[in-house]
Design a protein around this ligand. Structure first.
Ligand code: NI
Length: 168
């Protein structure tokens, strides 16, 4: 089922998401719907607050468009947290389904480690670099109520095309 995507300034995007204490059938269903919604909106990551649920869950999927790009099959992360960040940082342009029509460069650590539960309730650890490291940080930021535009100077925010999608 496709879900409407909440956009800023909706206050749910600014709340701290609640940890998930039990992986119920409803959580599994929500993860499935978030994946479908992310695909439909041509996103590479989506956090539960973006579809109006203040819960600590994100989905990420990267499809390589060329041979030298990274392909990451669907990751569903429950209660994810960053356990390590590299000192080395990198400046890259980001956009967000909840901030339609805008993009801007954000300086972030180039590598991170993340711990989370998967949908089976097992603890997983991800060591990420490149685009995956960036998407992980962007999505985990959503769970803390932070948006990428918070880190971009006003005069450095640019307009970008909007993907046609139902938004709230
Ligand atoms: Ni986003």
């Amino acid at each position: 089922m496709l879900l409407p995507i909440y956009t800023q300034p909706n206050q749910i995007l600014r709340q701290k998401a609640q940890p998930i204490s039990e992986i119920t059938p409803e959580i599994i269903e929500l993860a499935k719907n978030m994946r479908e919604t992310m695909h439909q909106a041509s996103g590479i990551g989506l956090a539960a607050p973006q579809i109006g649920k203040s819960l600590a869950m994100v989905v990420i999927e990267l499809k390589a468009e060329s041979e030298d790009e990274l392909s990451i099959p669907l990751l569903t992360l429950i209660n994810p947290r960053i356990t390590w960040k590299s000192l080395q940082k990198i400046n890259e342009v980001e956009a967000c389904l909840s901030v339609p029509g805008l993009e801007g460069a954000v300086i972030r650590p180039s590598r991170v480690r993340v711990k989370a539960l998967n949908l089976e309730g097992k603890t997983i650890e991800i060591k990420a670099s490149g685009l995956l490291a960036r998407v992980l940080q962007h999505e985990i930021d959503h769970l803390d109520g932070n948006l990428f535009i918070d880190y971009v100077k006003k005069n450095q925010i640019k307009e970008c095309p909007i993907v046609d999608y139902l938004r709230k």
